[in-house]
Each structure stands twice: as structure tokens, then as C-alpha cells.
Design a protein around this ligand. Structure first.
Ligand code: ADP
Ligand code: MG
Ligand code: ZN
Length: 413
């Protein structure tokens, strides 16, 4: 076996592992089944690619998106690694190249769509060729409680058995307990080693406040961030328009964004936000997916987000550059009641509603957390940490401990 660190430097050209990667790589190399949960961008691909190169043989990677497969195959080939993909978009020539390469044992990393693997002919052929490792990317797709259930993913437990219960690593960014349990149960007979890493974003300051004078609370937060780029999430289309108006009157460069706007206007506002400095996007949850603006300095929620996952995703759009960024979430009893009503009145199955209720309760518990907000948030994702010093509860705790100067300021004001 070749030293993983050597491959990291020599093949991938990276100076060091990112948080969590090395432990996962070592567990895979020790022959263990693994479930790895790391947020988007944390570097999950390396966790199966590197072990493949440290050993002999073929790794089959299940991936739900053809575009994603293409990117990964191109990246591997760029590193000089024999890689290919099997999916419905292949032309006959590409198929032939893949089949030949698997047959003479040159292929190292083969991406396949779950549909292709559901075909017994394909699995038998791969089984005969010898598969060393099965990597299941976006593994939350096996779970009905995830946001992206795909029926073909449900067959992957069978695929794994047909490949001779081959060693398997499943990877996802969705860390929710319900989804996690479902993944384990559907893909593995015995519990895999579980790794959860990298959910902390220490540069994000966390704060949540019960609404008292909602508008005043929000404006005083925004006042600290004049001329910075940021997002304010509202719970309705109307609310985004109204708030964008009042912010404009208060001298901010504020623009609304929601799914009810004309496509052209929406695109224009998004471009302005991306290209100019100091724009406040006042948006519904329709805004943000796939937006990669590194210098978003704040995210505020004018109302309670939909779930704890939504909260994490939405605040996560701030501070991608690693520099300090500020967040504030306002919540009210009305928000909580409304969210609960939305769950009860949806036509989802009972089991689904139960999971949604749990996710809402976890968010409410975060609003009402007695101590470090980040500890409570990360505990939900399965990570254990020390008090952070960068949330409202940690900071207020420090103030009451040594708050003389602050108190004097307030008294003399
Ligand atoms: P994920 O699947 O977790 O969203 P990817 O595997 O696509 O993340 O990796 C995200 C980016 O991080 C890629 O550009 C990858 O090359 C890079 N990357 C992964 N590991 C490292 C590392 N140890 N050092 C530097 N860059 C890395
Ligand atoms: Mg990925
Ligand atoms: Zn804290």
C-alpha cells in the first residue's frame, strides 16, 4: 500500500488533508464500511478516490447527476487517473472505452448512475470484473426523509450484495438523525463506521432573538452592517417587497427576490447582488441555491426558517471567504405556530410529518438554547464541541461575567 500522504501530495497536489479526510481514508484502507457525513465543499470525493489509488483494483462510484460525473471524471483524468462513467448520456464509443478499460483492469474509478447499476446485467459484469470498493455519493437519496429521494437509490443495498457484499463507503452532506438511520438501514447489514465532520463555520457569529420590536431589532442589526453585502430572509413574497422598500427609504441599496417576480427582474437583482458591493438582498428561500458569493457579510432571518437544516444552509451563505460574518434570526410564537400548521396541513404521509415535526422542534430548541448556540446546532449534526465564544449566548455570558464597562455605557447613555 502506498502512503496516503504521498498520494495526496504527488497525485492531487494538496499540501494537507482537510478536517476529517485522513481518518476516513485510513478507515477505508483498513477495510471498514464507512458512512461519511461532511458538508458540501468539504472534500468528500477524495475520501474514496485516494484509497483507490493507494490500493489495486476498481472503485465503482454511484452518483445521481450526469453533469457531476463528467466533472469528476475530467478532474481524475487531469490528475492522470484512469476514470470513466456509465450513464444514459454516453455515446457508443465512450461505452466501448469504458468496457475495454474495465476488462483489462486499467480502469480505477468508474462512475455509474443508479439506473445503470439497477440493471442486473451490468452488476454481474462488474462483479465478474472484480470491484474493490463501492462508493455511494449523495447517499441521502436512499432516504425517503431526505429532500431528494430517488427510487433507484433504494436498490443499492441489493447492488452491493450482488457485487459480493463489497466494501462500501456512503457519503452525504445531510446529517439529520432520521436520514442517517435510513441510510444505514437500507445500505448496510452491519453498522458502518460513522464519521461526521466539518459542520462548524467558526467565522459565522450566531444570534437568535425573540421578536419584541421586530423592525427595530432588524434595523439595529442592519445598521451595524451598512455598505456590506448581505441577505435578509423573509417568510412571504409580500414581506420581501415591503421590507426592500422600507430599507431603500432608510438609505440602503436593497432589492427584493422571490419566485413570484418576473424571471428577468429576478435575474437582474441577482446579478446586481453578485456584482456590486453593499447590496442587501431581501428574499424568500427561493434565493441562494448555488449562489457562490464569497464576501456576503451577514444573513438575517426576519422570521423563523423552515427547519434546522434550512437555517444552517441559509446562514451558511455568509462568510464563505472565511472572514468574520454576522447572523441574526428573529423568531416569534406566531412563526412557530405557522410552521407547525403548515406541516399538519400538508398532505405528506404521517411518518414524514413526524420527521418534519422533529426538525421544527430541533429549531425551536435552538432558539431557546440555554447555552452556546453553536454547541446546540452542531450537536444536532452529531458533532461535539466546546463553547464557541462567537454566539450571542457565549458573548452575553462573558458580558455578565465582566460587563462593567458595557453596563456603564448603557447606564450613561
Ligand atoms: P464535496 O463532495 O464534499 O462537496 P468535493 O469532493 O467536490 O467536495 O471537493 C471540493 C473541492 O475541494 C474540490 O475542488 C477538491 O479538489 C478540493 N479539495 C478536496 N480535498 C482537498 C484538500 N485536502 N486540500 C485542498 N483542496 C481539497
Ligand atoms: Mg460531492
Ligand atoms: Zn457559543
Amino acid at each position: 500500500m502506498i502512503d496516503p500522504r504521498k498520494i495526496l501530495h504527488d497525485v492531487f497536489g494538496f499540501p494537507s488533508f482537510r478536517e476529517g479526510q485522513e481518518e476516513i481514508v485510513r478507515a477505508v484502507l483498513a477495510g471498514e464500511d464507512v458512512l461519511a457525513i461532511m458538508p458540501t465543499g468539504a472534500g468528500k470525493s477524495l475520501c474514496y478516490q485516494l484509497p483507490t489509488l493507494a490500493r489495486e483494483g476498481l472503485t465503482v462510484v454511484v452518483s445521481p447527476l450526469i453533469a457531476l460525473m463528467r466533472d469528476q471524471v475530467a478532474a481524475l483524468r487531469h490528475f492522470g487517473i484512469e476514470a470513466g462513467s456509465l450513464n444514459s448520456a454516453n455515446d457508443p464509443e465512450e461505452n466501448r472505452r469504458v468496457v475495454d478499460s474495465v476488462r483489462d483492469g486499467r480502469m480505477r474509478v468508474l462512475y455509474a448512475s443508479p439506473e445503470r447499476l439497477a440493471n442486473t446485467g451490468t452488476t454481474e459484469w462488474l462483479g465478474r470484473s472484480g470491484v474493490n470498493l463501492l462508493a455511494i455519493d449523495e447517499a441521502h437519496c436512499v432516504s425517503q426523509w431526505g429532500h431528494d429521494f430517488r427510487p433507484e437509490y433504494a436498490m443499492l443495498g441489493d447492488v452491493r450484495r450482488r457485487l459480493g457484499s463489497v466494501q462500501t463507503i456512503a457519503l452525504t452532506a445531510t446529517a439529520d438523525v432520521a436520514t442517517r438511520g435510513d441510510i444505514m438501514h437500507r445500505l448496510f447489514e452491519d453498522e458502518p463506521r460513522l464519521f461526521i465532520h466539518g459542520f462548524d463555520r467558526p467565522n459565522l457569529r450566531l444570534a437568535m432573538q425573540a421578536k419584541e420590536h421586530a423592525r427595530r431589532q432588524l434595523f439595529s442589526f442592519l445598521d451595524k452592517h451598512r455598505h456590506e453585502s448581505g441577505i435578509v430572509y423573509c417568510s412571504s413574497r409580500d414581506a420581501t417587497e415591503r421590507l426592500a422598500d422600507s430599507l431603500s427609504q432608510a438609505g440602503y441599496r436593497a432589492l427584493p427576490y422571490h419566485a413570484g417576480m418576473h424571471q428577468a427582474e429576478r435575474a437582474r437583482n441577482q446579478d446586481i447582488f453578485l456584482q456590486e458591493d453593499g447590496v442587501v438582498m431581501v428574499a424568500t428561500v427561493a434565493f441562494g441555491m448555488g449562489i457562490d458569493k464569497p464576501d456576503v457579510r451577514f444573513v438575517a432571518h426576519a422570521a423563523l426558517p423552515k427547519s434546522i437544516e434550512a437555517y444552517y444552509q441559509e446562514i451558511g451563505r455568509a462568510g464563505r471567504d472565511g472572514a468574520p460574518a454576522d447572523t441574526l434570526t428573529l423568531y416569534g410564537l406566531d412563526d412557530m405556530r405557522l410552521r407547525r400548521l403548515q406541516i399538519e396541513q400538508s398532505d405528506a404521509a404521517d411518518e414524514q410529518k413526524r420527521v418534519e415535526r422533529q426538525r421544527l422542534n430541533a429549531l425551536v430548541a435552538l432558539c431557546e438554547a440555554p447555552r452556546c448556540r453553536r454547541q446546540t446546532l452542531l450537536a444536532y449534526f452529531g458533532e461535539t464541541t466546546e463553547p464557541c465564544g462567537n454566539c450571542d449566548l457565549c458573548i452575553e455570558g462573558v458580558m455578565s461575567f465582566d460587563g462593567t464597562i458595557e453596563a456603564q455605557k448603557i447606564l450613561s447613555a
